[in-house]
Design a binder for this molecule. Structure first.
Ligand SMILES: Nc1ncnc2c1ncn2[C@@H]1O[C@H](COP(=O)(O)OP(=O)(O)O)[C@@H](O)[C@H]1O
Ligand SMILES: O=C(O)C1=C[C@@H](OP(=O)(O)O)[C@@H](O)[C@H](O)C1
Ligand SMILES: [Mg+2]
Length: 173
């Protein structure tokens, strides 16, 4: 698999709660890749939780940090990157995402609502439905569309991504 992959990076995109962070970590382990999570790196650089960055500095500041971090991680090969749900909003971010394979984790709204109901660190969770509607056409521009059902475990989702990667790479050539 790794020979087939040739170090091509895998970027996970999708709305908050889709499983990018959870599945990205598993994917990296299975592929023997590095794992980056843009949100974790933003929190590390800012020295505070995402909710606190939004509250103190605002969304624009967060988005600028997000682009800076994305640019930095895009310099590495052989990595799986869990992005934040809003990364697809800025056109410049696509120039970094396009350096690898872009995988969209698509999860039904009812499942997302359940998953996010107790989370305190997603300041935009209240706008889930309108964000999903607005962003859907952007997520649709991914190289791979993974429709996740409610009974699939994160490991199963990671395996279905891995199974489709070789064909994706062939298509990109
Ligand atoms: N396939 C799955 N099945 C069940 N729960 C999941 C699945 N993927 C993610 N989760 C759970 O949903 C929540 C959000 O997942 P997370 O990976 O943080 O999503 P994202 O990074 O896309 O916002 C977490 O509590 C995680 O454990
Ligand atoms: O959808 C969004 O705009 C956001 C999603 C979050 O990441 P997850 O998608 O990992 O929850 C995080 O980047 C921030 O709260 C903003
Ligand atoms: Mg995440």
């Amino acid at each position: 698999m790794n020979q087939l992959l040739q170090g091509v990076d895998v970027y996970l995109i999708g709305i908050m709660g889709a499983g990018k962070s959870t599945i990205g970590k598993i994917l990296a382990r299975k592929l023997n890749y590095r794992f980056f999570d843009t949100d974790i790196l933003i929190e590390r650089v800012a020295g505070k939780k995402i909710a606190d960055i939004f509250a103190a500095e605002g969304e624009e500041y967060f988005r600028d940090l997000e682009t800076q971090i994305l640019k930095e991680v895009s310099a590495y090969r052989s990595s799986a990157i869990a992005t934040g749900g809003g990364i697809i909003q800025k056109p410049i971010n696509w120039s970094y995402l396009r350096q690898g394979l872009i995988v969209w984790l698509d999860v039904d709204l009812e499942i997302l609502k359940k998953r996010l109901s107790k989370d305190q660190n997603r300041p935009l969770a209240g706008k889930l439905e309108s964000l999903l509607e607005k962003r859907y056409p952007l997520y649709s521009q991914a190289d791979m569309h993974i429709k996740c059902s409610s009974n699939q475990t994160p490991k199963q989702v990671a395996d279905s991504i891995i199974a489709r990667i070789p064909a994706m790479i062939m298509n990109k050539k």
